[in-house]
Design a protein around this ligand. Structure first.
Ligand code: NCD
Length: 327
């Protein structure tokens, strides 16, 4: 929630007139194309600064509370690294078992407490809608780092920045993006499909029958007039794909573990499959990967998933600087 300019608690020296000052980032629905140009511009600057000087003092004295109720490697450490690269510091809460959450504290009370010690809160939580609840309770910015099977907006921003950077600025219009894997429980594809509707793209969905893209996401995409189609096999759609976005089957979200076993290895990308793909295609994956891309694909120049993680650092630096009034 934005801090009111009249607030007696307004931190000294913040530029409250920057457009993103004090804002939450909860859903990709809050962005338009102009916002993305702005974010990517700042992310690009951050990349240059990291290359040139590594760490600098843009957010000196600022504190991030990194509150993770679900496992995370990349999202938590990239936000942590982003804050440190900007000269700020971090309260990492990666294991809520050791916090008052295990004593039964509500999410609202936890964020209200953490904002007394910090300037911004990054939250990952297993329930859809939790980021919104936290934002209603807090007066400092909340950045949604994944709310159950809901959204993962900062991941979608870094995904789009990856496409932007890998395939060339302005080239998103006209692309065919194929999403593969667990489209039902994968929050990254829910956010990315919605964000891509800001561009003139074509979306293909390939998944096991029980893991199709949810109707509400498909309705949002249809409402924007973006063509989308579902396929049961990757082979028929791979030759025309520009971006192949692969996801892990979200084992932990299955009600019945036997169902997971049935679909676990239904789609696997290997060098043989890659022969069907365009020379200029990129393969992305939010990671972690399980079996869905074989490791011998990693050396293929089209494998962009590790580069994608690096782009994430610059996007998260940009977002932190923006909501703290420094960009
Ligand atoms: C994803 C997530 O947590 O939704 N990971 C990530 O943030 N990079 C994808 C996943 O867990 O499969």
């Amino acid at each position: 929630m934005p801090t009111s300019p009249q607030s007696p608690h307004l931190p000294f020296g913040d530029n409250i007139h920057t457009p993103w000052y004090g804002k939450d980032i909860l859903s990709v629905k809050q962005f338009d194309r102009k916002d993305l140009d702005y974010i990517f511009g700042v992310a690009h600057e951050m990349h240059g600064m990291v290359d040139r000087i590594g760490t600098f003092d843009l957010l000196k004295g600022k504190i991030l509370a990194n509150l993770f109720y679900e496992p995370s490697t990349r999202t938590s450490s990239s936000f942590h690294a982003a804050m440190e690269r900007l000269g700020g510091s971090v309260i990492p809460i990666n294991n809520v078992k050791f916090s008052s959450v295990s004593k039964g504290e509500s999410l609202a009370d936890t964020v209200r407490s953490l904002e007394c010690y910090s300037d911004v809160i990054v939250l990952r939580h297993p329930e859809m809608g939790s980021a919104k609840i936290a934002a209603a309770a807090a007066s400092k910015p909340i950045l949604n780092a994944g709310d159950g099977v809901g959204e993962h907006p900062t991941q979608a921003l870094l995904d789009l920045f990856t496409i932007f950077s890998e395939l060339g600025e302005g080239e998103i219009d006209g692309l065919t993006v194929t999403m593969l894997g667990d489209l039902k429980y994968g929050r990254t594809v829910h956010s990315l499909a919605r964000l891509l509707t800001l561009y003139d793209v074509k979306l293909n969905y390939v998944s096991p029958d029980i893991l199709k893209m949810p109707a509400e996401v498909m309705e949002d995409v249809a409402e924007k007039g973006i063509p989308q189609a579902e396929y049961a096999s990757l082979e028929e759609i791979l030759p025309e794909t520009d971006v192949l976005y692969v996801t892990r089957i979200q084992k932990e979200r299955f009600e019945n573990p036997a169902d997971y076993k049935k679909v676990a290895d239904e789609f696997i990308i290997d060098p043989e499959m890659m022969q069907l793909a365009k020379e200029q295609m990129i393969i992305m994956h939010p990671l972690p990967r399980v079996n869905e891309i074989t490791t011998d694909v990693d050396s293929d120049p089209r494998a962009a998933y590790f580069r994608q993680m690096e782009y994430g650092l610059y996007v998260r630096m940009a977002l932190l600087a923006m909501v703290l009034g420094k960009a």
